[in-house]
Design a protein around this ligand. Sequence first.
Ligand SMILES: Cc1cc2nc3c(=O)[nH]c(=O)nc-3n(C[C@H](O)[C@H](O)[C@H](O)COP(=O)(O)OP(=O)(O)OC[C@H]3O[C@@H](n4cnc5c(N)ncnc54)[C@H](O)[C@@H]3O)c2cc1C
Length: 509
Amino acid sequence: MTSMNDLPPAVTGVRRSAPHAVVIGSGFGGLAAAVRLGARGYRVTVLERLDAPGGRAYVHRQDGFTFDAGPTIVTAPFLFEELWQLCGRRMADDVDLRPLSPFYRIRFDDGESFDCSGDPEAMRREVARLAPDDVAGYERFMRASEATFRVGFEQLGHVPFDSWIDMARVLPAMVKLQSYRSLYSLVSSHVRDERLRFVLSFHPLFVGGNPFTVTSIYGLIAHLERQWGVHFAMGGTGSLVSGLVKLIEGQGNRVRCDAEVVEITAHNGRATGVRLRNGELLAADVVVSNADAAYTYKHLLPSTRRKRWTDRRLDDARYSMSLFVWYFGTRGCYDAVPHHTILLGPRYRALLHDIFERQVLADDFSLYLHRPTATDPSLAPPGCDAFYVLSPVPHLDSGTDWTVEAERYRQAIEDRLSETLLPGLAGRIVTSRVTTPIDFRDRLLSLKGAAFGLEPVLTQSAWFRPHNRSEELERLYLVGAGTHPGAGLPGVLSSARVLDRLVPDPSHV
Ligand SMILES: Cc1cc2nc3c(=O)[nH]c(=O)nc-3n(C[C@H](O)[C@H](O)[C@H](O)COP(=O)(O)OP(=O)(O)OC[C@H]3O[C@@H](n4cnc5c(N)ncnc54)[C@H](O)[C@@H]3O)c2cc1C
């Protein structure tokens, strides 16, 4: 089925006969899927349109600074470890993953702050300091978070959800966990202090969800973090990307960059391979798309009549918010600033309403500030700090002209940082670059420039999300943020894990 031209050079004689799997995209979901398929005996080619792998975890290097473009908070490290184990190796030999404490500092608009950590005693003290009447409610919430984790992560995260039966089976458990409630509403039933309500409910923002509308299942993240910690990969998240690429190459497989797929070819309702922008055709026994799920259906299946994911359905779907990200380096270090800081503005519910529902760019913002040099000074030249600051903004339906707005918006963020955490910032910036929703649309090919794919609301989760086994074509599979279970590193690594239960054994292909 596969032409000789498609073979990666490192493949041995025996493996030349192995069935060929093509993976479109080298985000963490795609790389993890490639490792898993390789471990099962597939010959794998990963195709990436950019000049380097990683997707949202691409690495920008400029003026001696190393900037991870996206994910930096590594939770559930065992999901990475498992990939190394599948190759008979230890992750620690390739990646130095360090636990952080505190996980992050939250600075409220009133100047008060809260350090989140995995130490239950320290957390109780922080809660008692901020809201003494809420200690018991906090403990209750953490117990609820653990119960949700047992079902939501351990049971549901790895179920394919490609039939109604999967869904029917879990419904009773989901009802028991009150998953029909929003996370904010669940948190509010346990604690009264608005600041603490933020501390316990903001996590879904890291995966594109609005705490006021997202299912309370996302409350499991609090337990996930406490149980396994928050980690940082020394050298940056890029070292996890290059570690996975090394695993793939060690399996005799290949990651090809500058290779954009423009069509998934099909015959008799079955995926047969891909066509690249340069006209090249690659035959495949199995195709896995790690491209944005909505983009995959809208643009990569031009000649397939889609039964479920029609253009209309995709246009009517809800998409996650986008992000404005400013990467910058400073002369001198801000030693008092921890690795992760959340810098809140005056509004919570109303700001998220502007972003998710009204889709307008507000004048105020809440920011996440990343200072990786707090943990790994090698990411900046000596005596300098590397940062990125991220602001959730509406996706491109807002109509914001980012070619005009970007610099004004960046300046407003700079002013806010200068007034609060980084005094004297203006005179100390030595390098700078920004990413706007336009980059999510044009560089990462995400519909509407959404930073996390389809919004994780209940009506777009589990069976209601694009399935990991495509509903449109046989032998086409989806991994990554836009499919089940959803965005974030644990989510996309789990999506690849689900494939082990769906993709046939290579001996049956
Ligand atoms: C700024 C930012 C910060 C984040 N921080 C965190 C964090 O701290 N912790 C966390 O857990 N999560 C975080 N996330 C979320 C997390 O990064 C993403 O959910 C996850 O990395 C997405 O992985 P993915 O597998 O969906 O692939 P993506 O990273 O979306 O990669 C998809 C790849 O497919 C390629 N591609 C697309 N179309 C084609 C095509 N036609 N042909 C070839 N290649 C194609 C793209 O170029 C891209 O490389 C963050 C996200 C962002 C944007």
